[in-house]
Design a protein around this ligand. Structure first.
Ligand code: CO8
Length: 371
């Protein structure tokens, strides 16, 4: 068995950004249009009037202040309310592969080796560009990587599941270096007309290179990885290839992200806190001595609670990194952005935790130590 390290990470950030104020302005204009256009039905009680959103609620309930998006103009247009992303021909790089490649190139540059030294590509994300060919194979081709690639989807936990898969390939000798890419165009499956969730997500791509420890002196030792899934209906996206086969589905609108946010909050916090503490104990790590947590970035109050339960005290902003204020929930990429942004100050031997959680439910823990 071979030990694995996280050798490098990379980040692609979209050029366009939407603040809460801009998003709420568009949402409230949409609500006005809807209520005006449906005034008769609303008066007769057959349609329910929509209520406005508010910046104050969003910031207090979630901690989110802005998000990056692949297309801003559609998202802030009350007559559109979704991103506008032109379809590409089969001969062009798909948009999800394109942002995955951008993040991968950033990681490869930091790694300082050539892409040809990568043996496998795992594209791990919440939503895939298409059924096939796999995005991972497209990314592999764009980067000139030999070997193999495949896509995997574990919603917000895709990155940690991908890192574990990569570390297992390293351990068994199936690969010496694996590229894990997390392109997340969450705006494509977010219902910008839904007051409960229109503010939640943002777009981004991250990349992680996992390498055999013997092949490098740098990076982060992967001390242990653990995965967990427990079925829940509280976060769902029912979009799928069988949708059009359901009798009576003709003309139905796309099925988008839905959740019972409060239930998710209540159920996932204990599940994840207990998982972290148990995994740390099995590895002989004192969780209260961790220098830093790079948690999934869905909700600031959730991260505060998990941080308190794991560290046994109120975590400082340095101990519990928050990037969701700027990026919103970027699904699988969130904990990787936090790690990418806030890990340079670690001294050799210092230990931290990358942890994701989300739909499924799913959760993944990756304990790392600076080499
Ligand atoms: N503006 C003003 N008021 C609002 C708004 C709004 N936008 N939305 C709701 N309210 C009101 C409600 O109507 C309610 O009013 P009342 O008390 O009168 O009934 C009140 O505010 C409170 O509403 P909630 O109970 O819904 O509010 P919460 O405090 O629970 O906050 C959150 C809502 C922020 C959603 C919170 O519950 C949360 O963050 N929960 C955790 C969710 C989470 O972690 N989800 C993980 C999902 S990610 C994942 O795994 C899937 C990945 C797939 C990515 C695909 C991309 C699309």
């Amino acid at each position: 068995m071979h030990a694995a390290v996280i050798a490098a990470t990379g980040l692609f950030t979209p050029a366009e950004r939407v603040t809460n104020a801009e998003l709420v302005e568009a949402f409230n204009a949409y609500v006005e249009l809807f209520n005006t256009r449906n005034a008769g039905e609303i008066a007769s009680g057959s349609v329910q009037a929509l209520a406005p959103s508010s910046v104050e609620f969003i910031e207090k309930a979630s901690g989110i202040k802005s998000r990056y998006v692949m297309n801003r103009s559609g998202v802030v247009d009350p007559e559109v309310m979704h991103p506008l992303i032109p379809e590409r021909s089969n001969d062009e790089l798909s948009i999800m592969a394109e942002i995955g490649v951008a993040a991968a190139k950033d990681a490869i540059a930091r790694w300082g080796k050539d892409a040809s030294q990568i043996d496998a590509v795992v594209c791990a994300a919440s939503n895939m560009q298409r059924a096939y060919p796999a995005m991972a194979v497209e990314i592999q081709q764009a980067l000139g990587i030999e070997g193999f690639g495949f896509d995997m989807n574990v919603a917000c936990s895709s990155a940690t599941f991908g890192i574990k898969t990569a570390a297992d390939y390293i351990a068994t000798g199936s690969a010496r270096a694996v590229l894990v890419v997390n392109p997340e165009i969450t705006s494509g499956h977010l219902n910008f007309c839904d007051r409960d969730s229109h503010f939640i997500f943002g777009d981004v791509a991250t990349a992680v290179i996992v390498e055999r420890a013997d092949d490098t002196t740098g990076g982060w030792d992967i001390l242990g990885t653990r995965l967990k899934t427990v079925f829940s209906n509280n976060i769902r996206n029912n979009f799928g290839f069988l949708n059009r086969t359901a009798p009576g589905s003709e003309g139905a609108v796309d099925k988008l992200f839905v959740q019972e946010g409060r239930k998710v909050f209540r159920e996932v916090v204990p599940m994840v806190s207990e998982m972290i503490v148990a995994h740390a104990a099995d590895l002989g790590i004192d969780p209260t001595a961790l220098k830093r947590l790079w948690l999934h970035q869905a909700n600031i109050n959730m991260n505060d609670l998990i941080g308190r339960r794991v560290l046994g005290r109120d975590p400082t902003p340095q101990e519990n990194v928050i990037i969701l204020d700027e990026f919103a929930n970027t699904s699988s990429a969130g904990s990787i952005i936090a790690f990418h942004r806030a890990s340079d100050d670690f001294a050799s031997g210092e230990t931290g935790l990358i942890c994701s959680f989300g739909a499924g439910y799913s959760a993944g823990t990756v304990f790392v130590r600076r080499r």
